[in-house]
Design a protein around this ligand. Structure first.
Ligand SMILES: [Cu+2]
Length: 159
């Protein structure tokens, strides 16, 4: 009995504190979200808050993305399934390799869309919009047209 308690304590002690805290329980009120500039893979102008996990690593993650009106993410794919819930505003979402804002559908708050791994799609806002993305990391974006990739077109030193 005593030995097994000790072994459990040692196993717990060897786990990173952050992962323990994250795995067990998390409550986050809206004003506790920590917003920061979106990663350079996204067009400039949006902000991201990480709610759970690490979107850059293996494992589950939950993030929010806050974007201004008229923000566009050009046609792209993801190496993992992308699950998007609209929190506020509206996100227009369409499938295909060519940006065409006459297509698609404006997903309303509470609405959801899923882009399976490798599916070509694009999205845009017409008003300030917040979405939540969840899935299994690592999250990445591959633009269909390399000229659309903000990492290659940035002139302000974003990397
Ligand atoms: Cu996407």
């Amino acid at each position: 009995m005593k030995t097994s308690v000790l072994v459990s304590a040692l196993i717990l002690a060897s786990l990173p504190a952050a992962s323990l805290a994250m795995d067990e329980h998390a409550v986050m009120q809206p004003d506790a979200l920590k917003w920061g500039a979106a990663p350079p893979a996204l067009p400039p102008g949006s902000e991201v808050a990480v709610l759970a996990g690490d979107p850059g690593a293996d494992g589950s993650y939950v993030v929010r993305v806050r974007m201004p009106a008229n923000y566009t993410v050009p046609p792209h794919t993801h190496p993992t399934d992308e699950n998007v819930t609209v929190i506020s505003g509206a996100l227009h979402f369409a499938m295909g390799a060519t940006l065409d804002k006459s297509k698609g559908e404006a997903v309303q708050p509470g609405g959801f869309f899923r882009a399976a791994k490798g599916m070509q799609h694009y999205a845009w806002s017409t008003e300030p919009t917040v979405i939540q993305i969840h899935g299994m990391g690592p999250f990445a974006i591959d633009y269909v047209n390399p000229a659309d990739d903000p990492r290659t077109t940035a002139t302000t030193g974003r990397k």
